[in-house]
Design a protein around this ligand. Structure first.
Ligand code: GUN
Length: 286
C-alpha cells in the first residue's frame, strides 16, 4: 500500500480549516505565520511557496519576508527580534539552509521558543528529549501521523532510522521510541548496513542519496518511510532515498516521493502554528 501524504494532509488541512474558521469569533483573529526566505535557492523558494499555499487552505495568515543572500547575520537577527516582539505574529520560520556567513544555530536560538513552529529551538529540543510539552519538529511528527493513519502498529516493533540529523533522524528516532518501538539509529558509516535494515519492521530513511536503499536491504512486509528529496541523476526527476519500484512490492506500506512525507511536513507546520496561537490565546494555568 502506498501511503499518500498528499491525501492525508489534505484531509487534516480541511479539519484545521474548520477549526480556524471559528477563531475570529473566539479570539478576534486567525493565527499568523511569518516565513523568512534568505536568497533565491529554487528548492527553498518552492518550499516557501508550498507553506504559503497551505496557509491559505487552512485560513492562516501568512507573511513571506524575502531578504537578499548578502543580508548580514545581525540584520537577520534584528528582523527576528522584531517579529518576536510583535504580538500579532504567532509563528516564525526561517527557511534553511542559510548562506554560509550566517550561523543557523544563532538564527534558531534567536527565534522565541514560543514562536518556534519548526521545533528547532534548543529549549524545544531539550523539552522533547525530557518528555516535557514542546513543539514537535514537523517532519518527524508527520511521519508518526502517516504510520498511524496507515494502521502500522509501532509498539513493540523494531524501527531503524537511517540518518542522524537534528531536523529528521534524531527526533524521529525519539518519537518512535516514545511510541514504544525499539529503535536503531544507523547512518552512512554503519558497518554492514543491510544486515541492520533487514531487521526493521519500520524503516525510516533520511540520508539524502538517490536510491540509497535497495530491495535487498528491506525485510518483507516492512513499513518504509522515505524522507529523501533528491534529483535522479539519470532522469533529473525528483526522487527519494529508496528504490521505490523495487521495494514497493516487498513493503507492507511505503511513502512515495514526491507526495509522501513532504506534504505532511507542511501540514504539521500548520498544526504547530495553530498550537502556538492557542498557547498564547489560552495560556495554561500554573
Ligand atoms: N529546510 C528544509 N526543511 C526545512 C524545515 O522543515 N524547516 C526549515 N525552517 N527549513 C527547512
Amino acid at each position: 500500500m502506498i501511503i499518500s501524504g498528499k491525501e492525508l494532509s489534505a484531509r487534516l488541512k480541511a479539519e484545521m480549516a474548520a477549526q480556524v474558521s471559528s477563531f475570529p469569533e473566539k479570539y478576534g483573529r486567525v493565527p499568523h505565520l511569518v516565513v523568512i526566505l534568505v536568497g533565491d535557492d529554487p528548492a527553498s523558494v518552492s518550499y516557501v511557496t508550498g507553506k504559503a499555499k497551505a496557509s491559505q487552505v487552512v485560513g492562516i495568515e501568512n507573511t513571506t519576508i524575502r531578504r537578499p543572500s548578502d543580508i548580514s547575520e545581525e540584520e537577520l537577527l534584528g528582523l527576528i527580534r522584531e517579529l518576536n516582539a510583535d504580538d500579532t505574529v504567532d509563528g516564525i520560520l526561517v527557511q534553511l539552509p542559510l548562506p554560509e556567513h550566517i550561523s543557523e544555530a544563532r538564527v534558531i536560538e534567536t527565534i522565541s521558543k514560543d514562536k518556534d513552529v519548526d521545533g528547532f529551538h534548543p529549549l524545544n529540543v531539550a523539552a522533547l528529549w525530557q518528555k516535557q510539552p514542546c513543539t514537535l519538529p514537523c517532519t518527524p511528527k508527520g511521519i508518526i501521523k502517516m504510520l498511524k493513519a496507515a494502521g502500522v502498529k509501532i509498539k513493540g516493533k523494531r524501527a531503524v532510522v537511517i540518518g542522524r540529523s537534528n531536523i529528521v533522524g534524531l527526533p524521529v528516532a525519539k518519537l518512535l521510541l516514545d511510541e514504544n518501538a525499539t529503535v536503531t539509529i544507523a547512518h552512512s558509516r554503519t558497518a554492514d548496513l543491510p544486515s541492520v535494515t533487514r531487521e526493521a519492521d519500520i524503516l525510516v530513511v533520511a540520508i539524502g542519496r538517490p536510491r540509497f536503499v535497495t530491495a535487498d536491504m528491506v525485510k518483507d512486509g516492512a513499513a518504509v518511510i522515505d524522507v529523501g528529496v533528491n534529483r535522479d541523476p539519470e532522469t533529473g526527476k525528483l526522487c527519494g532515498d529508496v528504490d521505490f519500484a523495487a521495494i514497493e512490492p516487498k513493503a507492507s506500506v511505503i511513502t512515495p516521493v514526491p507526495g509522501g512525507v513532504g506534504p505532511m511536513t507542511i501540514c504539521c507546520l500548520m498544526e504547530n502554528t495553530i498550537e502556538c496561537f492557542l498557547n498564547k490565546m489560552t495560556p495554561k494555568k500554573v
